[in-house]
Design a protein around this ligand. Structure first.
Ligand code: HEC
Length: 118
């Protein structure tokens, strides 16, 4: 009887340690996404614009972008800022809740790295 209880206790400890390891591995694999307002230009691009302006691979299938590629468009900065907030044709403006005012300047800087902005 005593031995059985000891075995049960050991099994329980083992299960708890295993669960801890698994939950910790999960936490590492899914680092929290940076919060709106504290992202770099590249992070804002990936989180807000790339979904529509870059091909997306979902479940092994690559989907064509819904918006035009922006590489080498050389859009003037004022026009780019206007498009970001107010939209363009079928693209809706991006509200501050999704892209903070403070993130627009670093986003513009990032857009310049591939000549999307003049
Ligand atoms: C929900 C999808 C979507 C998101 C998100 C989105 N766009 Fe767009 N964007 C479009 C579509 C679609 C068009 C083409 C609209 C049209 O011409 O009618 C467009 C057009 C544009 C244009 C004009 C391109 C040209 O040909 O002159 C610019 C610049 C642009 N987007 C920049 C951005 C930036 C920067 C972001 C992120 C802050 C962004 N877009 C987010 C869908 C999106």
């Amino acid at each position: 009887m005593q031995q059985t209880n000891a075995r049960r206790a050991l099994a329980l400890v083992g299960a708890l340690v295993g669960a801890l390891i698994v939950s910790n591995a999960g936490a590492q694999a899914t680092a929290p996404a940076p919060r709106v307002g504290s992202r770099t230009g590249q992070q804002a691009w990936s989180a807000v614009c790339a979904n529509c302006h870059m091909p997306r691979t979902v479940g092994g299938r690559t989907r064509a972008p819904v918006g035009p590629q922006l590489q080498n468009k050389r859009t003037p900065e004022a026009e780019m800022r206007n498009i970001i907030r107010n939209g363009h044709g079928t693209m809706r403006g991006i509200p501050a809740a999704r892209l903070a005012d403070a993130e627009i300047a670093p986003l513009i800087t990032y857009l310049r790295t591939f000549n999307a902005v003049r």
